[in-house]
Design a protein around this ligand. Sequence first.
Ligand code: ZN
Length: 306
Amino acid sequence: MSYSGPEFDPPRQRRFRRAPLAVGLAALVPGALLGWVVYEGAGRPGGSPGAGAAGQADPATPKSAPVSPTDDAKVASPSAALPLRGKVVVIDPGHNPGNFQHTSEINQKVNIGTNWKECDTTGTSTNAGYSEARFTLDVAHRLRTLLERQGATVKLTHDGDRPAWGPCVTRRAEIGNAAHADAAISLHADGAPEGDRGFHVILPASVHSGAADTRPIVASARTLGERVESGFAKVTGSAPSNYVGNGTGLDVRADLGGLNLSTVPKVFIECGNMRDSKDAALLTSGAWRQKAAQGISEGIVSFLRG
Ligand code: ZN
């Protein structure tokens, strides 16, 4: 299902990449392949309307655009078109926009293996009041669209729907476990002092205590986290955090229930610092959130394709 809200900016990259391909192919090959190009131009299942429109000839596109046979084969193969077919990804939008109105529910304590913690928290917000929970839900929708377009089955731990709070961090982990997710990611933005900038990915520490046993997933989660770190840096152009992780963009924690209780490869990402004015300008931009989702998606795709 594609998401289109008032702040949605459709990805433009594909438009410019595909137009020369379609025009080049139309000039070179008749018949069946041209038929495929028309199909492609009309939009594959899950394709965005913007990308579909790129199939129409763009008068500004040079007709001599080169077409490599390798590219043709890659695009025409169904398995290449849906590389994540059969893969399950669980996206956990951190917090919940309704948590602010349900403090007694979210403050109940749950056991995360190592200790007891609040069921969920309100999360942070920008100084102008754009909440982390709204941010995470928006990026989750964008990320879901991108991953489904690659053929993945995507589940969200909540969709800002009922109940209007939580779920508890324990439940967020259970949802990924029950889905036998091939990869799971919890989306967040930080609430650090002004001047603290950048993003970081949080990996599970090796924990074996009570119901928590991350030993089987520590290595795979690290690989997932490294791929997400790399994809996010590349697509957003953001620098790794200047206040956590010594410039690596990676942190390891043993105090997060969502990681401690996971039996599937799972990481958190803090996409930026909502309390820093420069980071806040990025986090509140729909165009930037699309890049954030794209970067995370590229990391997950890289991980799942091995
Ligand atoms: Zn958070």
